[in-house]
Design a protein around this ligand. Structure first.
Ligand code: KG4
Ligand code: ZN
Length: 336
C-alpha cells in the first residue's frame, strides 16, 4: 500500500462546500466556499443549502485539485463527510464522492464530521499526545471527547439543549446581528466590559452543558432594557456581547477543566467553529499555563467546517483499509 496516498476529501454537511487534497497527512489544498445567502434568514435554510452545494461542488473540487497541482487520475481515494449533518447537504457531497470514486475506480472513505473536527488539532507542527481531552464546540454540538487515538474516541459529556455555537448565533439574532452570530459577538465583545452584565450558571451534571437558560436571560435583559430605552441594544451591545461571551467561555472551561482532572490527561484541545472564538482561545491558553496543562488549538482555517480535517481522518482510515461500499447507506451516524 502507498505510504502517502493522495486523497481528495469533500465536506458538505451544513453551509460550507469544501474540498481538500492531502498527500498522507499533508494538506496540499483546502478550498472552502461559505454560503453567505443564509445571512438574511438568520440561520441555515436546509433546502437552500443543498441547492447551493450542488451549484458549488464541482468548482470547489476543481479548484482544490488545481491549487494542489494534481490531476484526478493521480488520486488514490475519495473521502466524504457521511454525517452528522443536514440530510440534503450530505446527499450532495456523498453522491458526488460516490460517483467520482466509482468512475476513477478508487476506494471511498466515509468520515464522521465531529471526529474530524477533533483531528483538526493534528494539522499543526505540534499536535496533541494521546490520550487527550477535546472540547468540541460547533453550531450543532458541544461535546467533551476523551480521545484515545485517531479513531477511538469517547463522548463523556455533551449539551442537554443548545450547542455553544447556537448560543452565540441566537444571541446575535436577538441583538439584530447577521448569521453566523459567533464572529459578530466575538468582534463586539473585544470592545466591551465582560462583567457589565450577569448571566445565570446552569445546574446540570458535571460533564453536561446547558445554554438555553443563558439565551432566555439575554432575551429578558434586552426586553427590559428596551422598555426603558429604545437604544438600549445599540448603547450596550459591546458590554452585552462581552458579558455573554465570558459566561459561555466560563462554562466551557469549567467543564473541560473538570474532565481533564478526572481523566488525568496532560493535553487539552478545542475544536469546531466556536474554537475560532478569540476569548475561548486566549482563556484556554491562560487556563493551561496556570494549571500545568498543554493547550492545543487548531489553526484558524481548520476550526470551522473544512475538508482538510475530513481528509486527515480519511488518511487514518485509508491506512486501516476502512472503506465504504458503494451501496452503503450513509447519514446514519449519530454518536461515535
Ligand atoms: O463547526 P462549524 O463551522 O459548523 C458546524 O459543524 O456547526 O461551526 C459553526 C459555528 C456557528 O455557530 C458560528 O457562529 C460559530 O461556529 N463560530 C464562532 C466563531 N466563529 C464561528 N463562535 C464564536 N466565536 C467565533 N469567532
Ligand atoms: Zn462542523
Amino acid at each position: 500500500m502507498k505510504e502517502n496516498p493522495l486523497i481528495l476529501s469533500i465536506e458538505s454537511s451544513c453551509d460550507e462546500t469544501s474540498a481538500a487534497v492531502l498527500e498522507g497527512e499533508k494538506v496540499l489544498s483546502n478550498i472552502i466556499s461559505s454560503q453567505v445567502q443564509h445571512e438574511e434568514y438568520g440561520g441555515v435554510i436546509p433546502e437552500l443549502a443543498s441547492r447551493l452545494h450542488q451549484q458549488h461542488i464541482l468548482k470547489v473540487v476543481n479548484k482544490s485539485l488545481k491549487v494542489a497541482s494534481k490531476e484526478l487520475n493521480e488520486l488514490d481515494a475519495i473521502a466524504v463527510t457521511d454525517g452528522p449533518g443536514l440530510m440534503g447537504s450530505l446527499l450532495v457531497g456523498n453522491s458526488f464522492a460516490k460517483a467520482l470514486s466509482y468512475g476513477l475506480g478508487v476506494p471511498l472513505i466515509g468520515v464522521h464530521h465531529m471526529k474530524a473536527h477533533v483531528l483538526a488539532n493534528f494539522l499543526t507542527d505540534n499536535p496533541p499526545k494521546f490520550p487527550f481531552m477535546c472540547l468540541t464546540v460547533s453550531g450543532g454540538h458541544t461535546q467533551l471527547v476523551y480521545v484515545k487515538d485517531y479513531v477511538d474516541m469517547e463522548i463523556i459529556g455533551e449539551t442537554i439543549d443548545d450547542a455553544a455555537g447556537e448560543a452565540f448565533d441566537k444571541a446575535a439574532k436577538l441583538m439584530g446581528l447577521p448569521y453566523p452570530g459567533g464572529p459578530q459577538v466575538d468582534k463586539l465583545a473585544s470592545k466591551g466590559d465582560p462583567i457589565a452584565f450577569g448571566f445565570p450558571e446552569p445546574e446540570v451534571g458535571k460533564y453536561e452543558f446547558s445554554f438555553s437558560g443563558l439565551k432566555t436571560s439575554l432575551l429578558y435583559k434586552l426586553r427590559d432594557g428596551l422598555k426603558k430605552d429604545e437604544n438600549f441594544i445599540e448603547t450596550h451591545k459591546n458590554d452585552i456581547a462581552a458579558s455573554y461571551q465570558k459566561k459561555i467561555v466560563d462554562i466551557l472551561l469549567k467543564k473541560l477543566g473538570q474532565a481533564a482532572k478526572d481523566y488525568k490527561v496532560q493535553d487539552l484541545a478545542i475544536a469546531g467553529g466556536v474554537s475560532a472564538n478569540s476569548e475561548l482561545r486566549r482563556r484556554l491558553i491562560e487556563f493551561c499555563e496556570t494549571n500545568g496543562y498543554t493547550a492545543h488549538i487548531p489553526p484558524f482555517e481548520f476550526c470551522t467546517d473544512n475538508a482538510g480535517m475530513i481528509g486527515f481522518l480519511a488518511y487514518k482510515k485509508f491506512l486501516k483499509n476502512d472503506f465504504l461500499a458503494i451501496n452503503s447507506v450513509p447519514f446514519t451516524r449519530g454518536g461515535f
